[in-house]
Design a protein around this ligand. Structure first.
Ligand code: MG
Ligand code: ZN
Length: 535
């Protein structure tokens, strides 16, 4: 299996040709310049090689693929540049979390687990974004999660732990990031709602957002941002009206909607990831000295944690739409470096062949099969599964919420869970399966006061239980187990794996030369910083 994966990965890497248009200086025969004006870093959170594969396989091989004959934006970028594999591991450990991984990309030094913008010793290190800002460039962070979440935070904040989101919000303003578009309003609002100005209140409630706060102090970071010159936006319309930097757009109290929820909305007030990326590029590209922009497809990881394959596909599709905006914008430029990578793989996702539902033998026209049937030993997975995954209507969180609403005491019953699953997916479960999904037992990894492991009872996982850490959400992993046979999908964990991740680099040829071989995120971060320095 591993050998198979590596072989197909090699073919895939070799087939990515390097056809970036030569810069004018190399055409004149001069020494190629490594000057780059703009840097765009695209991070698919949890988008390991198998997740890249799901997007490509869907696009190319789903019987009703949305793409038709069109390549994905990811593969267009690969066609234009080069693709490496990268080790994402933290200092002195094997498996990385999003904070540490983004920090290593941002600072170009090894960092410890769950740290934000600090090196392994615990010292603050200037990030590539802060460096770009110091050198006179404009800077931007875009995410479909929330702006204080680990990935965006690591580019403009310095905190000992990713959970300090109130402090991160303040750091983001201190760094003066010129455009920030995401969720996370509750970390910018004061604890006491009376400290919110009438004008702010009108804009926030006009965008249908709550005034609730997660802060424990009276700081009104919206007012502080306005004093620094920021325009504020809380919905799509307000974003469209924003015509200059700096801009702070907070479009959700906490996380932005997931891709399936967004798709189901009749009247969408939040901008999509694609629209936020367009808005950021429009504003940043007006800045004469160039810019640094990080765009995150952040909920790929959340689908991975829940082992939710249909939602994973939709999060990948949403990210690919945003990548297309960047690919189109950068197409005719020779002064822009575009890097697409993941911070790590999530879930240990893979299609797998099985003993269930063996295909019926077939007659083939080929001469070698004369008098014999084509009858492989196992079920290698029908391509129609890709369309069935696409047809999922809500993510697992949404399905669980629906089952809870229709259950008893706001919890799912076996019957309400069967109903919610079977109405939202092309894959169906029975009441017996629902009972297994709902089964709970004492938490074998109980840790008093721990934010996740402090619960005395956990959903019951009978094997690899130590790798399902997120409390009641583990019911969703159990749902995935029950769907696995029908989906030809297996997952190896509810957390992250240490699989190396692709790094796709497109830009002026002289800059591409610097990225070689099996690399690491620390090295990529260091190279990013050195390229911005040479401008
Ligand atoms: Mg993230
Ligand atoms: Zn994660």
């Amino acid at each position: 299996m591993l050998r198979l994966l590596l072989t197909s990965l090699t073919v895939f890497l070799l087939s990515a040709c390097q056809s970036y248009p030569p810069s004018s200086t190399t055409e004149r025969g001069e020494i190629p310049s490594a000057r780059i004006k703009n840097t765009i870093l695209l991070i698919g959170d949890g988008m390991g090689p198998a997740q890249f594969g799901l997007l490509e396989t869907y696009a190319r091989r789903a019987p009703n693929s949305l793409y038709g004959d069109r390549p994905t934006a990811v593969s267009q970028l690969m066609q234009r540049g080069k693709t490496l594999l990268s080790d994402t591991g933290p200092h002195n450990a094997l498996v990385v979390d999003s904070a540490c991984s983004a920090t290593q990309l941002a600072i170009g030094e090894a960092a410890g687990s769950e740290m934000i913008g600090l090196n392994a010793k615990g010292d603050r290190v200037e990030t590539v974004l802060q460096q770009a800002k110091r050198l006179g460039k404009a800077t931007g962070l875009v995410s479909d999660t929330r702006i204080t979440h680990a990935t965006p935070a690591s580019f403009a904040a310095h905190q000992t732990h990713r959970r300090f989101e109130n402090e991160i919000a303040a750091d983001l303003l201190t760094s003066g990031v010129d455009v920030m578009l995401s969720g996370g309003l509750r970390y910018f609002l004061p604890d006491n709602a009376t400290a919110i100005t009438a004008e702010q209140r009108q804009a926030i409630t006009g965008a249908n957002l709550p005034l609730s706060s997660k802060r424990t102090d009276q700081r009104n970071l919206l007012s502080e941002a306005q004093q620094q010159g920021y325009q504020l936006a809380f919905d799509r319309r307000q974003l469209n009206n924003a015509k200059q930097l700096p801009l702070l757009g907070l479009f959700a109290s906490s996380a932005m909607p997931d891709a399936l929820a967004e798709k189901a909305m009749a009247q969408r007030t939040q901008p999509s990831l694609k629209e936020m990326t367009e808005a950021a590029l429009n504003l940043l590209s007006q800045h004469e000295q160039g810019f640094f922009l990080m765009v995150e497809g952040g909920q790929i990881d959340w689908a991975g944690h829940n082992n939710d394959a249909g939602s994973l596909l939709h999060e990948l599709l949403r990210f690919d739409e945003a990548i297309q905006v960047v690919v189109d914008w950068a197409a005719q430029r020779d002064d822009t470096l575009v890097i697409l990578t993941a911070d790590h793989e999530t879930g240990g996702f893979g299609f797998s062949y099985s003993a269930a539902d063996l295909p019926s033998p077939q007659m083939l026209p080929g001469l070698a099969f004369a008098g014999q049937e084509f009858a492989p030993n196992f079920n290698f997975g029908e391509l129609s599964l890709l369309d069935k995954l696409y047809n999922q209507k809500q993510n697992f969180y949404g399905i669980w919420a629906q089952a809870s609403r229709n259950g008893a005491a706001n919890k799912p019953t076996p019957a309400s869970l069967v109903d919610a699953v079977n109405h939202n997916m092309d894959f169906h479960i029975t009441e017996e399966q629902a009972q297994r999904i709902l089964h709970r037992s004492p938490n074998r990894f109980y840790h008093k006061g721990h934010s996740y492991l402090g619960a005395e009872e956990f959903p019951h996982v009978h094997d690899f239980a130590a790798f399902y850490v997120y409390g009641d959400d583990v019911h969703l992993n159990l749902l995935a187990r029950e769907l696995a046979t029908q989906q030809n999908v297996v997952w190896s964990t509810g957390t992250h794996t240490a699989s190396p991740v692709p790094v796709v680099i497109s830009g002026p040829p002289a800059t591409l030369q610097q990225f070689q071989g099996f690399t690491s995120h620390v090295a990529v971060g260091r190279q990013l910083k050195s390229l911005i320095n040479t401008d």
